[in-house]
Design a protein around this ligand. Structure first.
Ligand code: ADP
Ligand code: TRP
Length: 324
């Protein structure tokens, strides 16, 4: 029997990449049989950075296709779009009123945004609070995310605890779940792979786009015949995501012995990636031909998510004191 409630989401803020897959979506798929899973498209979060109607709606559909292509099964998982459950924004307001500005100023996401832009919008500043509302309104026990989102899940726990202290026991405290060996997937420049660094290998790119990205992976300038340290090589780190242990061991040997050039290692990686995504790509194409079905899946998911959210928001309104 599935007992624990799992919840996670991804912002529709650009093209999904290999880091998103191994850091987040793969875990959702692997866990769908053992948890009562709810996975959503965080479109309200995306508005903090995307204020273009066509871009946003295209991105939303794309994430839905990505989820389905990667193997999320709508018969097992509640799949929905955040904005279809507006109770979450109501809860965000209650949380806003008990959350202080210095607490939010400590969020690394805010600090990063603040470093890049002088004037951060209020939505972005409030990002962790909206995320806490997503998690807590669904009574989630565990929240699988990439390592960079761990702090946000901790914020949710703090906010839940504060609410419970003020208004009485209302929320359970969610746990983040981070897979150690895939915690941070490096991008082609060696930094964390991220849309915002433009260093991604797109999960559903064309063969050409993927090739272009792979060929850009930064290495040192050792010649093919020189021995190389695989643990110091971005290409090797990416091989780890695709190869079985024995294949990886023999590649490791070729690195340390010398004789394997970085170009050859990249060519091998390219084949691994394309072979890996082929079945997912086929599935994505199938769903892309039937977008009405995709919309229907999200609508059905929203219905289910709304039942939980409505029940919870009633309790919250009671506890806050606005039900008279
Ligand atoms: P990006 O940094 O590209 O904007 P998001 O912040 O939208 O990615 O992340 C979506 C999900 O994918 C999150 O759970 C995040 O932790 C995970 N994720 C993103 N980049 C990586 C990465 N390089 N390695 C592992 N997980 C990642
Ligand atoms: N902040 C997450 C990200 O950028 C997306 C997100 C929004 C989320 N709400 C969430 C993830 C709730 C887990 C749970 O990837």
């Amino acid at each position: 029997m599935k007992i624990k409630r799992l919840l996670s989401g991804i912002q529709p803020s650009g093209t999904i990449h290999i880091g998103n897959y191994f850091g987040a979506i793969k875990q959702f798929v692997d866990m769908q049989d053992n948890y009562d899973s709810t996975i959503f498209i965080a479109d309200l979060h995306a508005i903090t950075t995307i204020q273009n109607k066509d871009e946003l709606s295209t991105n939303i559909i794309n994430v839905a296709l990505d989820y389905l292509a990667c193997g999320l099964d709508p018969n097992k998982v509640c799949l929905f779009k955040q904005s279809d459950v507006p109770e979450v924004t109501e809860l965000t307001w209650y949380f806003n009123c008990i959350t202080t500005m210095p607490f939010l100023e400590r969020a690394t996401s805010y600090k990063d945004a603040h470093m890049k832009a002088k004037e951060v919008n209020v939505g972005l500043f409030d990002y962790p609070v909206l995320m806490a509302a997503d998690i807590l309104i669904q009574d989630a026990d565990i929240v699988p995310v990439g390592a960079d989102q761990k702090q946000h899940v901790e914020y949710s726990r703090d906010i839940a605890q504060k609410f419970n202290n003020i208004y009485g026991d209302t929320f359970k405290l969610p746990e983040p779940l981070i897979l150690k060996h895939v915690a941070i997937v490096p991008g082609v420049d060696g930094r964390k792979m991220s849309k915002s660094y433009k260093n991604t290998i797109p999960l559903f790119g064309t063969d050409d786009e993927i090739k272009k990205a792979v060929m850009k992976i930064v290495t040192d300038s050792k010649m093919p015949e020189e021995p190389k340290n695989p643990d110091d090589c971005n290409i090797f780190t990416l091989h780890k995501l695709f190869l079985k242990e024995d294949e990886l061991n023999s590649l490791r040997e070729r690195y340390t012995k010398g004789g394997l050039g970085y170009k050859e290692s990249k060519d091998m990686l390219l084949v691994e990636i394309i072979d890996f995504i082929k079945p997912m790509r086929d599935k994505r194409e199938m769903y892309a031909k039937d977008l009405d079905k995709v919309r229907e899946i999200l609508k059905e998911g929203a219905k289910k998510a709304k039942i939980v959210a409505l029940k919870k928001i009633q309790i919250i309104r009671d506890n806050v004191g606005i039900n008279i």
